[in-house]
Design a protein around this ligand. Structure first.
Ligand code: HXC
Length: 511
């Protein structure tokens, strides 16, 4: 072989590998409203930055005639590139090759970049579209999955791990995404379930479609398994890029700063009357968040799940923060099982990756009822308490209205380690709401008028921020119009915070 022939051979191999399962199958993928694995990677990464690894790997299976059927790359494309100029590792399952199924060989490719991502300290994004374990390989494929799971766990809290589900993801295969930090799904195109509709029908006689069982709507609004959903692949992949822009590359870095022209001392007059005078009237906490963050730019996480709590990423003076906020417009902002678990996981993510926490509080307490008690609100509520208490990142808290009972303690109070605690003059910080308190203190039968007078009396005495401020539990009672500047100054003051918990193997969060 002369020199030219050697180059030609490489050209041919590259071209072959890049065709995956071939033009027909790529066409089928497009007809189904899906992109090819390679197109997805190119869309995720900055133009011209993708470097592929293991392009020529093939499977090593000799059963079922598989030795006659090898495809370069073996149904998985992996490598590294840049997102907004920063290093990111990526793999994409190629559905055009054996249904994107996981073989021993392509599992090894995923493991290789997982290890690289961990050692180099950069995020890893998995683009999932697979029929699951390569049926022809049996237990070797299961071993491959387990190796991936193991690396997911070891990388957890060290580098951000993101999963986009862009097609089927079923059986034990769902557990790699579940071990990562964020799951993205595409409306009507992606599905996740441990056992599919057919098995369910046989075992429990339930009839359910795969969309109902494990579609984007189900996992974003009912199960809470997923964190984001896009209307199509393009939007979903753009959202992955946006999420990455808020995150540091690893747990030793600070999150990236984005220059902003939004003035730090911006006064927002409209906040002065945003909290209604009537304490039982709802308002949308999003309005406060939008008005105080940089350019109203809020990336909400799990926006459709447990809507009584809001979590997401924003920036103050260019620096990313994690926002946790009760939502009085939904179930009065009460804490229940789902909202506690949702917020606890988010708080722990932010703490692991040095993202300061800004908490907006308007919470009437924990949701009463047998379904909550039987469901374990005690242990689930404890998760949020645990997460806030163990978080060592800067923590700034603002009480806008209600902060009652145990929920006051839980919502990043001074007592569990918040650095700066603000309250609006409209705040009511007390052991419980005036109505409940009067019912317990005065069990006698009062007339409605007498009861109303006592409720009013209690409200005036206790349902305000002044008692808490006199004890130093609230550092400052602020005018709502000044919220942005106050939060930015507090974040600035806490920027160099040095705090660590006692050394331990790990804590024992109530799971
Ligand atoms: C090998 C597979 C495959 C698999 C699909 N293919 N899944 N090959 N192993 N797991 C192949 C098909 O044979 C077909 O090849 C091509 O991929 C496209 O599949 P289609 O069935 O034509 O596509 P579609 O109609 O879109 O259906 C997609 C699908 C279906 C819903 C994913 O293929 C399917 O149900 N596959 C099997 C899923 C499954 O049971 N997997 C194993 C689960 S157990 P040709 O050559 O005909 O085009 C598991 C355990 C994991 O995953 C445990 C981890 C701990």
């Amino acid at each position: 072989m002369n020199l030219q022939e050697k180059y030609t051979l490489l050209d041919e191999l590259n071209k072959k590998a890049e065709l995956g399962g071939g033009p027909e199958r790529i066409e089928k993928q497009h007809a189904a409203g899906k992109k090819s694995a390679r197109e997805r990677i190119l869309q995720l990464l900055d133009p011209g930055t993708f470097n592929e690894i293991d392009k020529l790997v093939t499977h090593r299976s000799y059963d079922f005639g598989m030795e006659m059927n090898k495809v370069l790359g073996d149904g998985l494309i992996s490598g590294y590139g840049k997102v907004k100029g920063r290093l990111v590792y990526v793999f994409a399952q190629d559905f055009t090759v054996f249904g994107g199924s996981l073989s021993r060989a392509n599992a090894d490719k995923i493991v290789k970049i997982q290890k690289l991502a961990l050692q180099m300290g950069a995020p890893i994004v998995g683009l999932n579209d697979s029929g699951g374990a390569r049926i022809q390989e049996g237990v070797e494929s299961l071993a491959g999955y387990a190796d991936i799971f193991y690396n997911n766990v070891i990388s957890s809290g060290v580098i951000p791990q993101i999963s986009a589900i862009l097609g089927p993801c079923a059986g034990g295969a769902v557990y790699s995404p579940a071990l990562t930090d964020f799951i993205f799904m595409v409306n009507e195109k992606s599905h996740m379930f441990v056992t599919g509709p057919e098995v369910i029908k046989t075992v429990t006689h339930e009839e359910v479609t795969k969309e109902e069982l494990g579609g984007a709507f189900t996992h974003n609004s009912i199960s809470g398994v997923a964190h984001f959903n896009g209307k199509d692949e393009d939007q979903t992949i753009m959202m992955v890029r946006e999420l990455l822009s808020f995150l540091p590359s690893n747990n030793l870095e600070d999150p990236p700063i984005k220059t902003t022209i939004d003035p730090s001392d911006r006064v927002e007059e409209s906040l002065q009357d945003i909290v209604p005078a009537d304490p039982n009237k709802p308002y949308d906490m999003h309005d406060i968040i939008q008005k105080v963050i940089d350019n109203s730019h809020f990336l909400e996480v799990q926006a459709q799940y447990a809507q009584n709590i809001i979590v997401g990423f924003a920036r103050f003076a260019g620096k990313p923060v994690g926002i946790v906020a009760n939502q009085p417009a939904h179930l009065a902002g009460v804490l229940d099982i789902n909202s506690s678990v949702k917020a606890a996981r988010f708080v722990r993510f932010c703490d692991a990756f040095n993202i300061p926490l800004v908490t907006f509080v308007d919470v009437p307490g924990f949701l009463p009822g047998t379904s909550q008690e039987f469901g374990g609100i005690i242990k689930h509520g404890a998760k949020l308490l645990y997460a806030f208490a163990e978080a060592t990142v800067p923590k700034v808290t603002l009480i806008t209205r209600k902060a009652y009972g145990g929920a006051y303690d839980v919502m990043s109070s001074k007592h569990i380690g918040a650095d700066v605690n603000f309250a609006y003059p409209t705040s009511e910080i007390a052991v419980m709401g005036p109505e409940g308190a009067i019912n317990i203190i005065h069990r006698n039968n009062f007339t409605d008028e007498e009861r109303a007078a006592k409720v009013q009396d209690y409200r005036e005495k206790f349902a305000n921020p002044y008692k808490a401020a006199s004890l130093g539990y609230i550092d400052e009672i602020i005018y709502p119009r000044d919220t942005r500047k106050k939060i930015i100054d507090a974040l600035d003051m806490t920027h160099n915070k040095r705090k660590s918990n006692p050394p331990k193997k790990h804590g024992n969060i109530p799971l």
